[in-house]
Design a protein around this ligand. Structure first.
Ligand code: ZN
Ligand code: ZN
Length: 256
């Protein structure tokens, strides 16, 4: 499985993009930068998008790719029912943006939203099986466990952690784990349900306690204002884990 970090940040500028991970060029996990980070030709290859929650930094490019790929096959977008409701009510409402779930034709629209529930597993084109796990965040959110040909990745998306109940049910080769704030902003992290480097260490130790190993871990969703601090605070853990944990960056590619 080829994994590309299209967007690795909780911020967007000339130098960074909102969160989006692409698997084998065809399956996207969150869509914060699925248009801004890909060429038009690359966008046309995307067949499926899984949305963890409706926050803007994870959904920003859904209306963009939907418009860019009007003449391409329908993109299936899987998400919680509440995410579908919010996207239809506030984005694809003929006011902010066209109702691209019915355009160019209701039979073959640019995109469709398909509801997904906690613990549901869905098989999608490209040979993937994707399972949704409920995560702790300030709004309803899910993490995704993606399996293909005996290899697997877990994508936490936004979360305040305490993922032990999930770690008991998965055996990933790689985890894409968020880390949004430095340790000194722990109050914000708790209030908004995000991780700090100290919380990442807690989650890694919990995973090791439950599963008896530590998988490769890519850190993502850094707030760009604090990235230098986050990197410095993660350095001891990176050293302890002998490089198993890395801070991801835009256009980073790994093979799982
Ligand atoms: Zn969020
Ligand atoms: Zn976010």
């Amino acid at each position: 499985m080829k994994l590309k970090v299209v967007g690795a940040h909780q911020g967007e500028s000339r130098n960074c993009r909102f969160l989006c991970v692409l698997l084998d060029d065809v399956l996207a996990l969150d869509a914060g930068s699925i248009a801004s980070g890909l060429t038009l030709e690359e966008q046309e290859k995307v067949a499926t998008i899984f949305l963890s929650h409706y926050h803007f930094d994870h959904t920003k490019d859904v209306p963009v790719i939907a418009y860019n790929t009007l003449s391409s096959p329908t993109i299936n977008i899987y998400c919680l029912p509440v995410v579908k409701d919010v996207m239809l009510a506030h984005i694809f409402n003929e006011s902010i943006w066209p109702k691209l779930v019915e355009i160019p034709t209701p039979e073959k629209p640019s995109i469709v939203f398909i509801e997904m529930d906690h613990y549901q597993s869905i098989e999608v084109p490209g040979g993937f099986k994707v399972t949704a796990y409920p995560t702790i965040h300030s709004v309803p959110s899910i993490g995704f466990y993606v399996e293909k040909e005996g290899r697997s990745v877990f994508f936490t998306s936004d979360t305040g952690g305490h993922m032990g109940p999930i770690f008991e049910r998965i055996h990933p080769d790689l985890i894409v784990m968020e880390c949004t704030y430095p340790n000194r902003l722990e109050d914000w992290a708790v209030a908004f349900c995000h991780l700090t480097p100290d919380f990442v260490r807690r989650e890694v130790e919990e995973f090791r306690r439950i599963q008896g190993y530590v998988p490769r871990i890519l850190i993502a969703h850094m707030n760009p204002h604090y990235e230098a601090e986050i990197r410095a605070e993660l350095a001891p853990l990176i050293a302890e884990l002998d490089g198993l944990l890395e801070v991801s960056y835009e256009d980073m590619e790994v093979t799982i």
